[in-house]
Design a protein around this ligand. Structure first.
Ligand code: SF4
Length: 391
């Protein structure tokens, strides 16, 4: 398949693995963060970690939209859906299973009588509002810069049509702010908690915002960024490009994903987003705390379609479950296997934390594709079968 098979070629992968091993053979250690959950999924699904030298470590980043959604924002939607029978709460499938307070999730709230529905797109939610004029349709919007333009589009469309029974709870967040927070934790000059030598930059987000927004912190923090596509060879090529930058003392933004990403991104989408949204002064991220200018809110001109204003929804921060290590995983400080609940109490069918919900979450990706790698090999696994000819 054009643009798929070429980026999964086994022989090319073997060649790239050799080039990476050669470039990393300097006697030092390397640590790169893949910011985006899509890359975490690719690394796990295609076993890329097994092709990397032991001196090179990949660290999961906070780029999974479901994972960074704090409990308090899900609670807000649950409270609304349970307390207002006229409300139909719509959202994407993964959001429904994110654990919230009191053992609830949006899905469990549905079992308690709330009218919660899964939609495949923002347009589905808008169409539902047209079909149900006697109900209040509220879309619980999440995601990074990739999913923001479709939300902006339906808000503008609802305003154009004067659709008074449609509104949005906006949880859209911004990638550059999160990367900056990892490099420079808020609250002073706290030392960086984890060694990071460079970033594999997001693919879909960058198709919208372009590569330009990463340039400032690549130079300020002296951390290279290589934007990569989601296929296995994309990710391996990006790792090789990062190694070459580190080894030659460079720290710039490079673009491996030239087939979809430009320096300036999608200007039309950016203009649409700027028309409907403005930066929030502060927004809480799971694991990263409250970050300034790291999320978007709906502009005053669209207040009639802003569910937070329309239903007077207040936000109450809620601490994560003490046993859950999602926060540390999202900061790159811990791995899924560092959590005592991983694979026992917490599985994709019974998620206790947000990182186990979406296939882009670090825990879900490791559970699905990597958990058997953690098991110690038994002698019988490596012994030569008695009847096998070893000559
Ligand atoms: S295994 Fe579950 S509880 Fe533990 S960090 Fe991952 S998502 Fe959170």
């Amino acid at each position: 398949m054009k643009y798929i098979d070429e980026f999964r070629d086994q022989a090319l992968a073997a060649g790239l693995a050799r080039a990476i091993a050669h470039e990393a053979g300097t006697g030092r250690d390397y640590a790169f963060m893949e910011f985006c959950g899509g890359h975490t999924h690719t690394l796990s699904r295609y076993g890329i970690a097994d092709l990397l030298p032991p001196t090179l470590r990949m660290i999961h980043g906070p780029g999974c939209p479901v994972c960074v959604l704090p409990i308090g924002r899900v609670d807000m939607a649950i409270r609304l859906a349970l307390s207002r029978p006229e409300v139909i709460l719509c959202t994407y499938g993964d959001c429904l299973r994110v654990p919230a307070s009191d053992g609830l999730s949006l899905l469990k709230a549905k079992a308690h009588g709330a009218d919660v529905r899964m939609v495949y797109s923002t347009a589905d939610a808008l169409a539902l509002a047209r079909r149900e004029p006697g109900r209040e349709v509220v879309f619980f919007a999440i995601g990074f810069e990739t999913t923001t333009p479709p939300t902006a589009l339906v808000l503008r469309e609802a305003a154009r049509q004067g659709l008074a029974n449609f509104s949005v709870i906006c949880n859209h967040v911004l990638t550059p702010a999160a990367i900056a927070a990892i490099l420079e934790p808020p609250g002073g000059n706290a030392p960086q908690a984890v060694q990071i030598d460079g970033f594999v930059g997001p693919a879909h987000v960058s198709t919208v915002i372009g590569s330009r927004p990463y340039e400032a912190f690549a130079s300020t923090h002296r951390k290279p960024v290589v934007i990569a596509g989601f296929e296995p060879l994309d990710v391996m090529q990006a790792i090789l490009m990062l190694l070459r930058q580190v080894n030659t003392g460079r720290a710039v933004v490079e673009n491996e994903f030239t087939r979809a990403v430009t320096r300036d991104g999608n200007l039309k989408a950016q203009a649409l987003v700027a028309e409907v949204f403005e930066p929030r002064p502060g927004f809480e991220w799971r694991g990263l705390g409250t970050l300034p200018d790291s999320a978007l809110r709906i502009r005053v001109a669209f207040t009639a379609w802003d569910a937070e204003a329309k239903f007077d929804l207040g936000y109450t921060p809620v601490p994560d479950n003490k046993a859950c290590e999602c926060g540390a995983i999202l900061r790159g400080v811990k791995s899924p296997i560092d959590c005592k609940l991983f694979g026992t109490v917490c599985t994709p069918e019974t998620p206790m934390g947000s990182c186990m919900v979406s296939s882009e979450g670090a825990c879900a990706a490791h559970y699905t594709y990597g958990r058997f790698r953690d098991l110690p090999l038994r002698a019988s696994d490596t012994a030569t079968p008695a009847n096998q000819d070893t000559a």
